[in-house]
Design a protein around this ligand. Structure first.
Ligand code: GLV
Ligand code: MG
Length: 346
């Protein structure tokens, strides 16, 4: 293991100092765009006002004969758009693909100073992060990039899940992680063809009671992995995200999946279709009543110690911390969303 003092040293002479704390950003949804399509690129300036993160996808779902066009299209949209407070991310190709080296060298050379985060697919262990960390530092130094480009790993292989804690701790360049349920299902030989969400056959059946139909409760296929990812991220000061929800026609199930992830500690989710942007905003912005109650807890316990009763519910140091998580998030949301700022009274 590296010495703590070396952990925070730049990995190339002239590369920017790694962050010690993640920059505070609103990332309720990471909105995917296919950058090789000109019509899509034309809509990016409007999109950037609506979403928290615009991600140019270069990996899966981009046809093989459009890989170069997607990379160059991403560079073009990055140059042409003023992103303001909205994040600019790209999902590069996998580390074992023939495209990834050019993805990174071209993009950092052309728009390294605008790029916030590189999303890296199929991360198996800390060795993948170390490779990217070193390469990004060399490219940052070469192209005079002023702030570190962060790495966001997709957790989508059985080996990655096994190594999730080491991945989270691999570099100060780590931003966070997303669950990739489609590739993960394939890697684990799970018997589902769905992209995220539940499965009607994954269920618990109650004991039989004569004359009554047996009660059946569908269970959550992703609970274990999301919880494991959230713990690895939270322990290392990173953010956890739910990934894709593939059934665009089922808004209700998408909302339930996003909400389960939110309640377990995730900060946001991917949106692959415009209809999912509103769902992510609704789910990942804290609830108005919850924010108002959390504000009352903070007001009732100004220094966060002792115990008070509010509406018959006990509050102490621990609920004060829970309230602070909610109010801090509400403040970030309020800065971007005037309507919610009013509703939260912040
Ligand atoms: C996302 O990349 C997934 O495989 O689910
Ligand atoms: Mg995948």
């Amino acid at each position: 293991m590296k010495l703590a003092r070396n952990f925070y040293r730049p990995l190339a002479i002239g590369a920017p100092e790694p962050y010690r704390e993640l920059p505070v950003r609103l990332e309720r949804m990471i909105h995917f765009v296919p950058p090789h399509i000109e019509k899509v690129r034309a809509k990016v300036p409007d999109l950037a006002r609506d979403v928290d993160v615009v991600l140019g996808n270069l990996e899966d779902a981009i046809p093989l004969d459009a890989k170069e066009a997607a990379r160059e299209g991403f560079i073009a949209l990055a140059k042409a758009t003023d992103f303001g407070q909205t994040g600019l991310w790209t999902r590069i190709n996998a580390l074992n693909s023939p495209w990834v080296l050019d993805d990174l060298t071209r993009i950092v050379a052309e728009v390294g100073n605008k790029l916030d985060v590189v999303m890296a697919p199929k991360i198996e262990g800390p060795w993948d992060i170390h490779y990217l960390d070193q390469l990004l530092a060399q490219l940052e130094a070469k192209h005079q990039v002023c702030k570190p480009i962060l790495i966001h790993a997709i957790l989508e292989t059985a080996e990655g899940v096994k190594n999730v804690e080491a991945i989270a701790a691999a570099s100060p360049r780590m931003h966070g992680m997303s669950l990739g349920p489609a590739d993960l299902a394939a890697s684990r030989a799970m018997k589902t063809t769905r992209v995220g969400g539940g499965h009607p056959d994954y269920k618990v059946v109650a004991d039989p009671v004569e004359g009554q139909p047996r009660a059946i409760a569908q269970q959550d296929l992703w609970h274990y992995t999301i919880a494991k990812m959230v713990d690895a991220c939270a322990a290392n000061g990173l953010k956890a995200f739910y990934g894709p929800f593939g059934d665009f026609s089922d808004a209700e199930a998408c909302e339930a999946q996003f909400r389960n992830a939110f309640l377990l500690g995730c900060a946001g989710a991917w949106t692959l279709h415009p209809s999912q942007i509103g769902i992510a905003k609704k789910v990942y912005s804290p609830d108005v009543a919850e924010v108002k109650f959390a504000k009352r807890i903070l007001e009732a316990m100004p220094d966060g110690s002792g115990a008070v009763m509010l509406d018959g519910k006990m509050q102490d140091d621990a609920t004060w911390k829970q309230a602070k998580v909610i109010v801090d998030l509400a403040r970030i949301v309020a800065a971007k969303d005037p309507e919610l700022a009013k509703a939260y009274d912040l």
